[in-house]
Design a protein around this ligand. Structure first.
Ligand code: N01
Length: 545
């Protein structure tokens, strides 16, 4: 692309540098946003840093990567024919199948022609006089658009800790969130995995089966529940098709955006035998069923402790070496206050002779050497290191772009004490800039696909509303933004979730302001609030000609 002029882009033979809308990202959010905006007749360009569609599901190709909301629910609901023609093969689809699904969607709705791949947006600046965004890419291109939609994902800015000596390592290094497309063969290799979050918990059993030896460097143990994944039974698929409309309605108006039977009883109000029976049944169901076992698990520390102790007992019963089981047992934060992990064979993997668990909380990593990892106690010789060290979550991908609002105020400045938004969709001082599943919305606390659809539909309805009334801009008011931020906080503080040092509060990134970022009032409640605000002529927003 070096021979192109700085102000033009060419996609599918079309040359343009002026659009109605620019969308950043071609994952679940960007693809559906494009489909909707094209439906409104807007000229739209999508920029995507990857060489294909998929977003999260393009980059996270590590062995074992799969969704942990059931695929029938973790899929688009906007097109009945799409739902009817696509058959999921497993309860929880693996990364290749989800990527294939998103490629199918891109083809089915003829979206590719509007997507420019291998292009990262580096800056977006609002021009107050023109009432337009200028968007710049890492290819030196510059285009303008009335609307700029960030579909950049909540978990897309991969983070590798700044270890001393990291550049000296002579083996291979990988991050789970930037996995090579061609895959990696670890046969016969000594492999180190740093981190024990959801990504690590999914890939560790796979790596252990391949590597000659696997060293797991754990700083904080996580609570993990079994997925009980398997082929999707034809009866379940048939039932879904027969009751699709009813089930989707249920999910849209639920707490998490997917089916969890919520037991209305208190964990403290039942006999120990009944409590045990309930937890056992939930454990057998697998996945996030545990979260609904009792109404107060995430609200009351004592109730939470009963669930935590149940999972700890499962760890003790599974891991044969009591010292290893003790290390794997979370004790310092409430059950589910860090994102609950869903696994296949995670705990049994630590019974293998070729797996060693290293507690780097007790004995921290001091440096990475040319041949491995050195903790304060020992050096571990490694051929490969897998960083399963997570992401600069929710705000990272947005702040990695140099976004300037009114009067050139940088988003970094507006968010210097943590993210501030109205509904997680818009930001005061940044007119016509939309953030799909932005901070302050249910996002990572819900079925992402369902929350993405809700935002996309709200945003496209909003843009349609503006255009029908010949209005040029919409902008959140400072008052509405402040009130929403206070509400997000109040709801979070009513629960146990802020009590863990998690990425939900930015605790995994040194120097990041500690703010609980997702809205956890429930996707049904949240949807209602968004709908009422729109029905009242976009209350809390200024709409201008
Ligand atoms: O990242 P994480 P992830 N030294 O941040 C450790 C979603 N997801 O990629 O807890 C040593 O959870 C860190 O330790 P600590 C899901 O929402 C979904 O696993 O900070 N260790 C932690 O153990 C998930 O929550 C799916 O003490 C360091 C780990 O690295 C989110 O993505 C699958 C360290 C990071 O865990 C992120 O998951 C996968 C250091 N300097 C992911 N820095 C599904 O849908 C970090 N760690 C199934």
């Amino acid at each position: 692309m070096s021979d192109q002029s700085a102000t033009s882009v060419i996609v599918s033979g079309e040359t343009a540098n002026v659009f109605d809308a620019v969308i950043v990202g071609a994952g679940f959010a960007g693809l559906y946003m494009l489909h909707r905006l094209r439906g409104l007749g807007l000229s739209t360009r999508v920029y995507e840093a990857g060489s294909g569609v998929g977003g999260t599901w393009f980059w996270n190709r590590y062995p074992g990567a799969r969704c942990d909301v059931e695929s029938l629910q973790y899929s688009y609901s906007f097109s009945e024919s799409l739902e009817q023609e696509w058959q999921w093969t497993e309860r929880y689809a693996a990364q290749p199948e989800i990527e294939k699904y998103l490629n199918h969607v891109a083809d089915r709705f003829e979206l590719r022609g509007s997507i420019q791949f291998d292009t990262r947006v580096v800056a977006a600046t609002f021009d107050e006089a023109a009432k337009r965004w200028t968007i710049q890419t890492d290819r030196g291109e510059s285009v303008t658009a009335s609307f700029c939609v960030m579909a950049t994902g909540c978990l897309s800015a991969a983070k590798v800790p700044a270890y001393q000596g990291i550049d000296a390592f002579r083996g291979k290094m990988y991050h789970t969130g930037q996995w090579p497309a061609e895959g990696v063969d670890f046969s016969g290799r000594k492999v180190g995995v740093i981190g024990t979050g959801s990504s690590a918990i999914q890939c560790i059993p796979h790596l252990a089966r391949q590597a000659s030896h696997l060293f797991v460097f754990q700083r904080t143990p996580n609570f993990s529940v079994p997925a009980h994944n398997g082929p999707l039974s034809p009866e379940v698929a048939r039932d879904w098709q027969a009751n699709r409309v009813k089930y989707r309605h249920r999910d849209r108006n639920s707490q998490f955006g997917f089916r969890i039977e919520l037991n209305p009883k208190s964990a403290l109000g039942v006999a120990p035998e009944e409590r045990q029976r309930e937890y056992e049944a939930r454990w057998r169901d697998g996945g996030f069923a545990m979260l609904g076992a009792f109404a107060d698990i995430v609200l009351n520390q004592k109730a939470n402790e009963t669930a935590a102790e149940f999972v700890r007992s499962k760890i003790r019963a599974t891991v044969s070496d009591p010292a290893v089981a003790r290390k794997l047992t979370p004790i310092e934060y409430p059950f589910a206050a860090k994102r609950l992990c869903v696994d296949t064979d995670y705990y049994p993997t630590f019974n293998r002779d070729n797996v060693t668990l290293i507690d780097v909380r007790a004995r921290p990593i001091r440096e990475i050497t040319s041949t491995g990892v050195r903790t304060v106690e020992a050096e571990y010789a490694l051929d490969s290191i897998v960083f399963a060290t997570g992401f600069d979550a929710i705000t990272g991908a947005l702040l990695n772009i140099d976004i300037g609002g009114r009067a050139g105020v940088p988003l970094k400045q507006h968010w210097s004490e943590g993210p501030r938004t109205y509904l997680g969709i818009m930001i005061a001082g940044f007119p016509n800039l939309f953030t799909i599943t932005g901070p302050g919305s249910p996002s990572v606390f819900s079925n992402m696909v369902l929350s993405i659809e809700q935002h996309v539909e709200w945003i496209s309805d909003c843009i349609g509303y503006l255009r029908n009334r010949q209005l040029a801009t919409i902008e959140a008011s400072v008052e509405a933004e402040n009130a929403w931020g206070a509400h997000v906080n109040e709801v979070a503080n009513y629960t146990l979730f802020p009590r863990a040092r998690s990425w939900y509060v930015g605790a995994n990134i040194p120097g990041k302001p500690h703010v609980f970022m997702p809205y956890i009032g429930g996707v049904g409640v949240y949807r209602q609030k968004c709908d009422v605000i729109a029905a009242h002529g976009y209350e809390g927003f200024a709409l201008r000609p």
